[in-house]
Design a protein around this ligand. Sequence first.
Ligand code: SF4
Length: 382
Amino acid sequence: MTSPAFGPLRLLVVQPTPFCNLDCDYCYLPSRDDRSRLPLELLERTLERVLESPFATDDFTLLWHAGEPLTMPIAFYDEATALIRSVLARRDGPPLQIAQSLQTNAMTIDAAWCDCFERNDIHVGVSLDGPAFLHDAHRRTRTGLPSHAASLRGIGWLQRRGIPFQVIAVLTDDALDHADTLFDFFHGQGMDNLAFNMEETEGENLSSTLSRPRSEARYQAFLERFWERLRAEPGALRLREFDEIAGLACGDQRLARTDMNHPFAIVNVDARGNFSTFDPELLSVATAAYGDFAFGNVITDSLESVVESAKFQQVYSEIRSGVERCRAECEYFGLCGGGAGSNKYWERGTFDCSETQACRYRIKLSADVVMAGLERELELTS
Ligand code: SF4
């Protein structure tokens, strides 16, 4: 029996290929030289499994992820879009929409890719770590070539075509003394919609450079400076981390990341049809303690059929217990909802725990900087 508390599905993460044309030194994915591709028949089965499940009750986003999605042919996305429309059209039940998005290193974007994004209404996110000296320190090809110039060329195509996009910049220890440089770079390049992902200890990346002594204090100073610049130059940039916290302070109910510990709010499917739920980062990785985190395969299993399996029950019960620890121990629980299981597992070897380095960076320090900044502004105006 499936719990009514599971779902609704908000995000379907589909891996079109594990392959990536880069070999970033902080990447968590283990199989990024694997050139296998998701067959369209498997995509169709995935969509059928998802749409017939009790979790698909509302509109959701299909995110092409967990490999470089633009190493697939353009025709794949044309055919995938046609398939999505056809599966939706023959579905019984109230109508719903599936929005598509992808996150790319942008290196191969050209006019033909821009046509594809427009034709198939695919929302684009790009990965760029700032100016070349920060970006190329970590984002290189397998033969060691830098990627910054190619990424900027691809982004230029998006800009000339007026295709909106968000930039995700991974912050490593190298970036922490360069708040002004990063602000000026992104603003100067006209990239005004920005998000920071902290380099995480996760999967193949066994140790984050942010674990170094004083990294957290330097990150706090970095964020404080970024906050000052944003408030001094309103409209220059939007930063996801500040928007989320400020939104909560103004009454928004939840952070999207809460979905990471809620069963079937996120469903992740790899290029072979294996599926998991909870964080997308749990897909395609294997661990000594749990094996892999595939709970089933869309060829043989419905989504809801795996709920009774011993593997799902073990992971879910430990994640729930970890969330309860967070609720009992952490004053930031109302902002965070208990964090992401993958961070807990990779940093502490279990889902059944509370604080991680990732949550100190992503939740606690960000919230402290935003709340202190808002309070200062209130004092000045009162
Ligand atoms: S901030 Fe960390 S310790 Fe607090 S609720 Fe979130 S994951 Fe748990």
